[in-house]
Design a protein around this ligand. Structure first.
Ligand SMILES: NC(=O)c1ccc[n+]([C@@H]2O[C@H](COP(=O)([O-])OP(=O)(O)OC[C@H]3O[C@@H](n4cnc5c(N)ncnc54)[C@H](O)[C@@H]3O)[C@@H](O)[C@H]2O)c1
Length: 349
């Protein structure tokens, strides 16, 4: 059977995950790669063995390549909108890293370009593919928890505290848009909205903890412009309340994502460091006698992100497939968080 031909744009950290998963996907093949850095191309091509004419330094040349049917955009945030819109204009399907844009207006232009092109697009909300999340969604949708009344979620990393970490693009507003809100928070927001429906109002605060870093290209010190931590409380359209804590200054945490979802009949909690198990509190009898039980997630709740993208191109989209519109909805919440933190007030999404 013919394989779907994929080009990867941006060959840094997250491209490793895209490449590793695509290499195990029998219905797709990587036929071209692109990065402005020759070193990044050389490093990734050690595994891919593409001929030099398929290793591009300019993404527009990769988009001009007629062999490429779909692109995976893994560049810094400020390039997402431009690259995705160009890709749609070139008739390519797009798998776009999160946050899909720098702000809501840009996100809307991406959705419009996608609709005009008639092509498929995915937002890389990678955690939708974690078994515990998929099983949690099944439990919520089957009514096991009753009416959802509360969501507590946190995303904890210590990555702002790494010794000597320089002033990378993530710490510069012009390249990143926002800090942990767009980088980590947008994942947390997407999963919360997957489980409890859309967030309608919120009140946020945010802070820069490490205020200066050494520039990448000199010994000069420059200011960190993007938030290191952010907290917000939220109201969902269903009436549920949410409390969210997002930080890259949580000592002792590599990448800890935790959820608690409370309903009128039961509760669940999970931690994506252990994505194959979930803690469930359901059953009959007086709630004061009930305990959480730890359950293994059944194997039919397992799916790879890249497998899901390729399936969508083959007309077999997964029910939890993260569309570009989900990316836009996440961006709306990110913009509302920034507006709320700036004004110190509740903001409608
Ligand atoms: N889904 C997830 O869980 C997840 C995890 C990490 C990062 N991300 C997202 O992935 C994106 C990239 O993050 P990263 O950590 O891989 O960053 P990175 O800095 O490690 O890699 C970015 C790469 O893009 C390349 N690049 C920059 N400008 C380019 C251009 N004009 N043309 C082609 N290549 C260009 C850089 O040279 C670099 O190799 C970000 O949007 C980030 O938010 C998502």
């Amino acid at each position: 059977m013919k394989k779907i031909n994929i080009g990867i744009i941006g060959l840094g950290g997250i491209a490793n995950k895209h490449i590793a998963e695509l290499l195990t996907c029998e219905d797709a093949q990587i036929v071209a790669i692109c990065d402005i850095s020759p070193a990044a191309i050389e490093e990734k091509n050690k595994k891919l063995h593409l001929p030099p004419e398929k290793c591009y330094r300019d993404y527009k040349q990769l988009l001009d390549d007629p062999e490429v049917e779909a692109v995976e955009i893994c560049t810094p945030n400020y390039l997402h909108a431009e690259m995705a819109i160009e890709a749609f204009r070139h008739g390519k399907h797009v798998n776009l890293e999160k946050p899909i844009a720098m702000n809501r207006a840009q996100a809307e232009t991406i959705v419009q370009a996608k609709n005009e092109s008639g092509k498929q697009a995915m937002t890389c909300f990678s955690y939708r593919f974690f078994p515990a999340v998929r099983y949690a969604k099944h439990l919520v949708d089957s009514g096991t928890l009753g009416e959802i009344i509360g969501v507590n979620a946190s995303y904890l990393k210590c990555s702002a505290l790494w010794e000597g970490r320089p002033l990378e693009w993530r710490f510069v507003k012009e390249y990143a848009g926002s800090g942990v809100i767009g980088d980590l928070g947008v994942h947390l927001i997407d999963l919360a909205q997957l489980l409890a429906g859309n967030i309608t109002e919120l009140c946020a605060q945010r802070a820069v903890v490490v205020k200066e870093r050494k520039r990448l290209d000199s010994d000069e010190i420059g200011p960190v412009e993007t938030d290191d931590q952010c907290d917000f409380i939220a109201r969902f359209a269903c009436g549920a309340h949410g409390a969210f804590h997002i930080t890259r200054c949580a000592m002792g945490h590599g990448n800890t994502i935790s959820y608690e979802v409370y309903g009128t009949k039961g509760a669940i909690s999970f931690d994506l460091n252990n994505p194959k198990i979930i803690h469930i509190c359901i059953g009959e009898g007086d709630p004061k006698t009930r305990k959480f039980e730890t359950v293994d997630v059944p194997s039919d709740f397992f799916l790879d992100q890249e497998r899901a993208f390729v399936d969508s191109l083959l007309g077999k989209a997964d029910p939890l497939f993260p569309t570009i519109e989900h990316g836009e909805q996440g961006q709306r919440v990110v913009d509302a968080i920034i507006a709320s933190a700036e004004s110190g007030r509740w903001v409608t999404v």
